[in-house]
Design a protein around this ligand. Structure first.
Ligand SMILES: Cc1ncc(COP(=O)(O)O)c(C=O)c1O
Length: 396
């Protein structure tokens, strides 16, 4: 099936009343009414769903079977096909442990493979839920700072060596990086792998955004950059970000090592967690040639949004954006304005009525930043950029 003719990323949808958290919770979270606010916080997209995924949901309804089901194996094969075709990584479908999303995958992996009080390293600033998952699991987050470069962030293993306590068990890594939108190079990933080997650490590479890669950029899936790490590597992928299927609550925790896989599966058995029918059927439909075609059209559109937004931000004195290569999340630093964050927030949420994620939630290094979701029609991004410029027009 050709999907091209159905695509319309420009089309604005009225999301109100459709149970979308980003709209429905905006007023309670930020005091901004959905009547005139623009939600730019929660990481899902404003586009209409891919037509072939809607067809899949209709097909499920037509079949009318919602009882116990088969099909998890064919879902795993679709994941393997996708990873081979899109990322050049050949896996055995049996390596795929199907979870209720990747937040769930991270939490269960921590419970299954570490002990209470174990320390988990993350490179900050980073996706806010990393530290929350670690804390809620009774483990201890260790924030190792990323270093700001001219365009984005870098890892600094020399300083990380000096920060180790000896109680660390896991590195929880975001690749590509949420919030910086950076693709890590193969050399950086190899350096990370060597760090994990040296210090006997399990590496969890959370690659939930790894299909949203801008034209001309190349993302390397961590197992390919770290081929000798299979006995301590866990790679997490999902259809949820790139196909906007977060509500399907389906994620892939991919583990080559049989012992680690058995421990995670055993933990899942102990809480009786199994995939749900709608999640695996719709996500299987996504990991397909039609899905590949959809992604190939989505990525240039997002990249266009990012370039537009970055250019607009560059005209506001004192506000800097990391240069995005991937993801639909823009990361803006307001420290150069010289304003207190209270004033920045007043201007962004109060005056511009934009609702980005507060950077402070993403840990050390995020205090003066805000994260803006650009997964929306271009006209919305243009409106957001224009409101932002107006809110800081006295600086120009
Ligand atoms: C890096 C990262 N990991 C995990 C998640 C959450 O994934 P899920 O919705 O599958 O729990 C997100 C959501 O934004 C994310 O950005």
């Amino acid at each position: 099936m050709k999907v091209t003719s159905h695509m319309n990323f420009d089309r604005k949808i009225d999301w109100q009343g459709r149970s979308r958290s980003t709209w429905e919770s905006m007023e309670s979270a930020f005091g901004v009414s959905p009547a005139d606010g623009i939600p730019m916080w929660i990481a899902d997209m404003d586009f209409e769903p891919a037509p072939f995924l809607l067809d899949k949901v209709r097909d499920l309804a037509d079949k009318g079977h919602f009882g116990y089901f088969t099909g998890v194996d064919s879902y795993r094969r679709a994941v393997a096909w996708w990873l081979s075709t899109r990322h050049g990584w050949e896996i055995d479908p049996d390596w795929v442990v199907v979870t209720a999303g990747l937040g769930n995958g991270i939490a269960m992996t921590l419970h299954a493979l570490t002990e209470p009080g174990d320390e988990v390293i993350m490179f900050s600033p980073v996706y806010h839920e990393f530290r929350m998952k670690v804390k809620r699991a009774g483990r201890v987050p260790r924030e190792f700072p990323l270093v700001r470069s001219e365009t984005n962030y870098e890892l600094d293993f020399d300083s990380y060596e000096r920060m180790l306590s000896g109680r660390e068990r896991v590195v929880l890594f975001s690749s590509p990086h949420n919030p910086g939108g950076r693709i890590w190079t193969e050399a950086e990933l190899a350096g990370l792998a060597a760090f994990c080997e040296r210090h006997d650490l399990i590496l969890i590479s959370d690659e939930i955004h790894h299909d949203i890669i801008f034209p001309g950029q190349r993302h390397t899936i961590t197992p390919l950059a770290a081929p000798k790490l299979s006995n301590r590597l866990i790679t997490m992928t999902s259809a949820s970000k790139v196909f906007n299927l977060a509500g399907m609550r389906t994620g892939n925790v991919i583990i080559e090592d049989a012992d680690m896989r058995a421990r995670l599966s055993g933990f899942m058995d102990s809480i009786n967690l199994q995939p749900n029918l709608c999640g695996i059927k719709v996500c299987e439909a996504a990991f397909s040639p039609e899905g590949a075609e959809w992604v190939d059209q989505l990525c240039p559109y997002i990249a266009g949004n990012a370039r537009f937004f970055e250019d607009a931000v560059a005209r506001i004195p004192g506000v800097t954006a990391t240069h995005m290569q991937a993801t639909y999340l823009a990361w803006l630093d307001f420290s150069g304005t010289g304003m207190e964050m209270e004033e920045v927030r007043q201007r962004v949420y109060g005056t511009a009525k934009l609702c980005p994620t507060p950077g402070i939630d993403l840990g050390p290094g995020g205090e003066t930043c805000l994260r803006f979701n650009l997964g929306a029609p271009r006209s919305v991004i243009e409106e957001a950029a224009s409101r932002l410029a107006d809110a800081f027009s006295d600086l120009q």
